[in-house]
Design a binder for this molecule. Structure first.
Ligand code: ADP
Length: 270
């Protein structure tokens, strides 16, 4: 009967409401934890270079009589300062990306151009390591987005592919477009990633091998920046890897549709 039905429905609604509240609370708690972790990680990441900077300043002070020593310490001081600047920039960039869900004022971006430029930015580092980078980017495909953000994302993937390659290794970068999607694939034959680590590499500050990653100068933010950039562009990023054989990272983005053909002016007589 009606009152019975009504009270059952009210009870259901009530349960749903309580569930919603509970979900909300756990989401808020989760975000809070994420925020606290982030701050803890940042302070941890900054402590090492800051400690180095003050040690080096002291060392320069006490080596005042030896110009060669002073020069060497000053050089290292510069390198540590550069590292601090890089981490700070990446943290700022990442928090901006996380604060928004979409790209501000998207424009038509030529994907081939972005990819070719990102590879060029990595040529010197690749050359120093004798890593050959082969590019195939001739699709003419375009996406809507922020060219600067997309460049950083592709740059990070290519830089990683080189950093985690052996000396003399090969890296392949390719763009393909089909079915309304543009795919950018970056493949290396480097150290690879264990299956258990695959999901985690996109987390902020996550590094499979802390010592090795520190030597490559990474901050552990590169792939988090890639992930958030790609998500803000409505796409996704995936990774395949075999430990000891290499990895492939692929970014998929929705292709921008061709602008409609200019329509013939309407015939006023008809
Ligand atoms: P990092 O600055 O340490 O490179 P990233 O966020 O770019 O930070 O990458 C996170 C971790 O994922 C790296 O420390 C490394 O362990 C692993 N990784 C990323 N790219 C590759 C790759 N191409 N091959 C093997 N491992 C990789």
């Amino acid at each position: 009967d009606a009152p019975m039905l009504l009270s059952v429905q009210l009870a259901r609604l009530g349960t749903r409401f309580v569930l919603l509240l509970a979900e909300d609370r756990t989401e808020a708690q989760r975000l809070d934890e994420v925020r606290r972790d982030f701050v803890a990680n940042i302070s941890h990441e900054l402590k090492t270079p800051i400690a180095s900077v003050s040690l080096l300043a002291e060392a320069i002070d006490s080596a005042a009589d030896d110009p060669e020593q002073v020069r060497r310490f000053a050089e290292r001081l510069g390198a540590e300062a550069g590292r601090l600047a890089r981490i700070t920039n990446e943290v700022i960039e990442l928090s901006r990306l996380q604060a928004s869900e979409a790209v501000n004022a998207p424009r038509l971006v030529d994907v081939d151009e972005v990819v070719a430029a990102a590879v060029d930015q990595n040529r010197v580092v690749a050359g120093a390591k004798h890593v050959e980078v082969a590019v195939r980017a001739k699709t003419g495909a375009r996406v809507y987005g922020d060219p600067a953000l997309l460049s950083v994302a592709v740059h990070n993937l290519v830089a990683n592919a080189i950093a985690y390659s052996e000396e003399g290794g090969r890296v392949g970068v390719g763009v393909t477009a089909s079915g309304g999607a543009v795919e950018i694939a970056v493949t290396d034959q480097g150290v690879g990633i264990e299956p258990a680590e695959l999901d985690r590499v996109f987390e902020r500050f996550y590094r499979v091998d802390q010592a090795r990653a520190r030597n490559t100068g990474g901050s552990g933010l590169g792939l988090a920046i890639v992930k958030h950039t790609v998500q803000n562009h409505g796409g996704d990023v995936r990774v395949w890897s075999q430990p000891g054989r290499g990895s492939t990272f692929t970014v998929r983005l929705p292709e921008a549709e061709e602008p409609p053909e200019a329509e013939a002016p309407a015939d006023p007589a008809s």
